[in-house]
Write a protein that binds this ligand. Structure first.
Ligand code: FAD
Ligand code: PHB
Length: 391
């Protein structure tokens, strides 16, 4: 079989790319290792920048998000027993973020792909990119015990951090940068009303906590935990007690708790692999970079990668102009590194680093005090949180 662009990975990056290209008449196939129900069961990001919102509109998958998503013009930072509002809109000429779950975006993308007859193979085993340093790359995989081969012009590696595409690149051709944090986030989803109308990021001696949401009746909470913590040591009651302790008293008192419908621990990592293009293999999203979730940038970076990549491919097929593909890696990485910096900074600002001692804790507190009183500092935070331009 032959397509123009072979896509590895059916997460948001792969599905969005496939949808945008199909709308321009470019043929793709998406090869996904897992079954669809598994992909749709994963609870991940929930905060979308305007750039991603615009991409979903362009991909004609924005209808449900427009109806059910919520625009947020600010969020709170809590420390020292008080909440301080960061006025995103006020510091950015009216910009806001959209609260709408990654799970819902993935569902909308699958529905749109199905409606257009998009080719998606689930449970594709041992997907392997070949000959991407030549003009005739191809993909192989197994499905139901049978071997398959897909010839294509380009391969998009959208298969996440543990995927096959980045690993198929010779290590001598990749430069990797990594920071692993000594803690993770324990996340709980519950069918309860959110703690507040907007998100609350809380810095506390016991560790970081985040109150987020998916809707007015579905809440998402996180607490910082040690990276080797076991899920079965966190029954719901312990989670809610710990969360309450890390919130200002008034917020803790009014918190509505319930049965968790999902609970998981995610490690925190910063990672970038450069460059993002190797011949005719182009990496995008988590396959090329990871940010700690504190700045809510992971999914948003996947979207900006797909913005640059889709334009590069569309120009190539429309006019033969290869300049967009030639500059893809550099353009994407310029934005990736700024989001890496911001996510690292927000992580440092809000988490408890046990190994760092009292001096570091006082410096962190001074930075928080400064931030919530300085219009310039809040503007810098707001500008990054709502998302830097795609340029
Ligand atoms: P993914 O969503 O990882 O999709 C990659 C797809 O490729 C998957 O469906 C996978 O099954 C498939 N795949 C993997 N290997 C292969 C293979 N060999 N062959 C074929 N298919 C393969 N971001 C935030 O902004 N906020 C958050 O709260 C947040 N929480 C997160 C929690 C967790 C546990 C994780 C892992 C990530 C979280 N992120 C969060 C990050 C955000 O979800 C990702 O940045 C986003 O999913 C990236 O999309 P992607 O399509 O590039 O990668
Ligand atoms: C979430 O709702 O899952 C979420 C929100 C903001 C973040 C991280 C995760 O910074």
């Amino acid at each position: 079989m032959r397509v123009q662009v072979g896509i590895i990975g059916g997460g948001p990056s792969g599905l969005l790319l496939s949808q945008l290209l199909h709308l321009q008449g470019i043929e793709t196939i998406v090869l996904e290792r897992r079954e669809r129900a598994y992909v749709l069961g994963r609870i991940r990001a929930g905060v979308l920048e305007q750039g991603l919102v615009a991409m979903l509109r362009e991909a004609k998958v924005a209808e449900r998000m427009e109806a059910e998503g919520e625009l947020h013009e600010g969020f709170d930072i809590a420390f020292g027993g008080r909440r301080h509002r960061i006025d995103l809109a006020g510091h950015t000429n009216g910009a806001a973020v959209m609260v709408y779950g990654q799970t819902e975006i993935t569902r909308d993308l699958y529905d749109a792909r199905d409606a257009m007859g998009g080719l998606i193979v689930h449970e594709a085993v041992d997907v392997t990119p070949h000959d991407f340093d030549s003009d005739a790359p191809y993909l192989t995989y197994r499905k139901d015990g049978r071997e398959h081969r897909i010839d294509c012009d380009f391969i998009a590696g959208c298969d996440g951090f543990h995927g096959a595409s980045r690993k198929s690149i010779p290590t001598s051709a990749l430069k990797e940068y990594e920071r692993v944090y000594p803690f993770g986030w324990l996340g709980v989803l519950s069918e309860t009303p959110p703690a507040s109308d907007e998100l609350i990021y809380s810095n506390h001696e016991r560790g970081f906590a985040l109150c987020s949401m998916r809707s007015r009746s579905l809440s998402r909470y996180y607490v910082q935990v040690l990276v080797d913590e076991k899920l079965d040591e966190w029954p719901d009651e312990r989670f809610w007690d710990e969360l309450r302790m890390r919130l200002p008293e008034e917020t803790a008192q009014s918190l509505v708790t319930g049965v968790s419908i999902e609970k998981s621990i995610a490690p925190l990592r910063s990672f970038v692999a450069e460059p993002m293009r190797h011949g005719r293999l182009l990496l995008a999203g988590d396959a090329a970079h990871i940010v700690p979730p504190t700045g809510a940038k992971g999914l948003n970076l996947a979207a900006s990668d797909i913005y640059f990549l889709s334009r590069g491919l569309i120009d190539y097929y429309r006019t033969g102009d290869e300049s967009g593909l030639a500059s893809y890696s550099q353009k994407a990485l310029d934005r990736v590194w700024k989001a890496e910096r911001f996510s690292w900074w927000m992580t440092e600002l809000l988490h408890r680093f046990q190994d760092r001692g009292p001096f570091a804790a006082r410096i962190q507190r001074a930075e928080l005090d400064y931030l919530v009183k300085s219009s310039a500092a809040m503007a810098a935070l707001a500008e990054n949180y709502v998302g830097l331009p795609y340029e």
